[in-house]
Design a protein around this ligand. Structure first.
Ligand SMILES: Nc1nc2c(c(=O)[nH]1)N[C@H]1C(S)=C(S)[C@@H](COP(=O)(O)OP(=O)(O)OC[C@H]3O[C@@H](n4cnc5c(N)ncnc54)[C@H](O)[C@@H]3O)O[C@H]1N2
Ligand code: MOO
Length: 413
C-alpha cells in the first residue's frame, strides 16, 4: 500500500483535467422556445435588436416639463398614461404623466407628484429640478446592435428576462450533454427493496443525477452493473452508443471485483488512472469509440470512472464532471469552481495526497472562516450534506487553526 500512496506515481488534478478536456468542444446547438431555455447555454452571441427602453419615459408618477420652466405655476396641457403616445408639449406648460409613460417631445424632466401643488388645471413646480431628472432615457439599459448576452452564457432568470425584453421568442442553445450513469457493485441495490445482509442502497445514483442536471447534462440512462467482467464490458459498450459521456461509480480500485478499468481498456483507451487526491484516488479517465469510430477521432465518448465511495463520487463530480459539462456546453462559468480564501478553524495534516475537505463557510467582518466536518472519511456522506465548499489542503501540509486556506465554493456553483 505504501508504494501506491507515493505522489510520484499518482496523477494530479491538472493532469486529469488535461486528459479529460483535450479535444472536447461544444456540442451542436438546438433552437428552443424562450420558456424552455432556462438553465441552457447560449450557442451564439445574442445581439440586441431594440433599444431598451425603446423611448424616453417617466420614472415617476408626476409632471413632465422643460426644466427652464421650473419654479412657477404651469398649466397642465395634457395627460400621458403608460402605453399612450404623447403630443408635443406646449411651451410654458407641463404634462400630467405616469411611470413608464413616454415623455412628450419638448419635455426633458419629470417632478414627482408629491413635490407639486395642484390647483385645478395649474401645477406649482418646484425650482430645484434639472434637465434629465426622473427620466429613463432611450437605450439606457440596452443599445440596439450591442452584444446583449455572450455565447456561453447560462440562461438564468435575469438573462431570460433580458431576452424577453428584446421580443425574443426562440433562442439557439447548446444541446445538453447526454450522460449514461452506471452503478457497479453487487451489494448496491435500489431503494424500494428491503436490504439483505451486506447490501446498501445506491446513494451515488440520485446524488450524481442531481449534480449532472445542475451542471447542464441530461442523464439518459441509469444502469446497475453486476460485478463481473463480461457484464461490465457489455454494459459500458452499450452505454457508449447513445451517450456523449459514460460515467460509472465503483469498481475502479484494485480488488478482484473491480472490472471497470479492464473493460475500458478492451473497449477504448484508458488515459489516466489514480490521482494524488483524497478522496477519489482510483478515478479512471478514458474514452470509448462509438460504432465505426476510432477512439482517437473527434467526438469519441468520454469515460469517467468515479470511485464508489459516495464522498469520492461527490468530490469527483465537482472536480471533473462539472468542467467536462462546461466544455461540452461551451460554458466558461462551469470550468473552474470559484476560489475563496478563508481562515481554517480546524487543524489537519495531509499525507501524500491533497485533501479536498468538506467545509461550511461563515462570512465575518474579518473574512471567511471554514469549519470542517468532523469525519472526513470517504464513506461518510453526511460530510457533504450542507457543505459550502471544498477546502483544498495540498499534500504533505500541516494546517494549524487560523491558517489561511483556499476553498472551492460549491454551494451555489
Ligand atoms: N487494496 C486497496 N484497496 C482500496 C484502495 C487501494 O488503493 N488499495 N483504494 C481505496 C480507495 S481510496 C477507494 S476511493 C476505494 C474505491 O474503490 P472502488 O471505486 O473500486 O469502489 P467499490 O470498491 O466498488 O466501492 C467502494 C465503497 O463504496 C460503496 N459504493 C459503491 N457504489 C455505491 C453506490 N452507488 N452507492 C453507495 N455506495 C456505493 C461500496 O459498497 C464500497 O463500500 O477503494 C479503496 N480500496
Ligand atoms: O481515494 Mo478514496 O476516495 O480516499 O476513499
Amino acid at each position: 500500500m505504501a508504494e501506491a500512496e507515493t505522489k510520484a506515481e499518482l496523477g494530479t488534478v491538472e493532469q486529469a483535467l488535461e486528459a479529460l478536456l483535450t479535444g472536447v468542444g461544444p456540442l451542436e446547438s438546438e433552437t428552443l422556445a424562450l420558456e424552455q431555455s432556462g438553465g441552457r447555454v447560449l450557442a451564439r452571441d445574442q445581439i440586441a435588436r431594440l433599444d431598451v427602453p425603446a423611448f424616453d419615459n417617466s420614472a415617476m408618477d408626476g409632471y413632465a416639463l422643460n426644466a427652464v420652466d421650473a419654479g412657477q405655476w404651469l398649466a397642465v396641457s395634457q395627460r400621458v398614461a403608460a402605453g399612450r403616445a404623447p403630443e408635443p408639449l406646449m411651451p410654458g406648460t407641463c404634462a400630467r404623466i405616469f411611470t413608464g409613460a413616454p415623455m412628450p417631445p419638448g419635455a426633458d424632466c419629470v417632478v414627482m407628484q408629491e413635490r407639486v401643488e395642484r390647483d385645478g388645471e395649474q401645477a406649482l413646480i418646484p425650482a430645484e429640478i434639472a434637465s434629465g431628472d426622473s427620466v429613463r432615457g432611450r437605450g439606457r439599459d440596452v443599445c440596439r446592435d450591442a452584444v446583449l448576452l455572450d455565447a456561453g452564457t447560462r440562461l438564468d432568470a435575469a438573462a431570460l428576462g433580458h431576452l424577453a425584453g428584446q421580443g425574443v421568442v426562440e433562442v439557439e442553445v447548446r444541446r445538453r450533454p447526454r450522460v449514461a450513469l452506471l452503478s457497479t457493485g453487487d451489494e448496491v441495490i435500489d431503494p424500494g427493496t428491503p436490504l439483505a445482509a451486506g447490501q446498501l442502497y445506491n446513494t451515488n445514483r440520485p446524488m450524481l443525477t442531481e449534480l449532472l442536471q445542475r451542471f447542464g447534462a441530461e442523464v439518459i440512462s441509469r444502469v446497475s452493473v453486476p460485478d463481473d467482467f463480461a457484464h461490465t464490458q457489455a454494459i459500458i459498450q452499450q452505454a457508449a452508443e447513445d451517450a456523449d459521456v459514460v460515467i460509472s461509480t465503483g469498481g475502479v480500485s484494485v480488488g478482484e471485483e473491480d472490472h471497470v478499468k479492464a473493460a475500458l481498456e478492451t473497449l477504448g483507451q484508458l488515459d489516466l488512472w489514480r490521482l494524488a487526491i483524497r478522496p477519489g484516488k482510483p478515478l479512471a479517465l478514458g474514452r470509448l469509440p462509438k460504432e465505426g469510430r476510432l477512439p482517437s477521432s473527434h467526438g469519441d465518448v468520454r469515460f469517467i470512472g468515479l470511485p464508489g465511495n459516495p464522498v469520492s463520487s461527490f468530490v469527483g463530480a465537482w472536480l471533473f464532471l462539472r468542467p467536462l459539462m462546461g466544455a461540452l456546453l461551451g460554458c466558461p462559468a462551469l470550468d473552474a469552481l470559484p476560489a475563496i480564501t478563508a481562515k481554517a478553524d480546524f487543524a489537519t495534516q495531509t499525507g501524500p495526497r491533497s485533501h479536498y475537505m468538506r467545509v461550511t463557510l461563515r462570512f465575518t467582518p474579518d473574512g471567511a472562516v471554514a469549519t470542517a466536518f468532523a469525519d472526513q472519511n470517504s464513506g461518510v456522506l453526511s460530510s457533504c450534506v450542507g457543505a459550502d465548499a471544498l477546502a483544498v489542503i495540498p499534500a504533505n501540509t500541516h494546517v494549524a487553526n487560523g491558517d489561511t486556506i483556499t476553498c472551492l465554493w460549491i454551494k451555489g456553483s
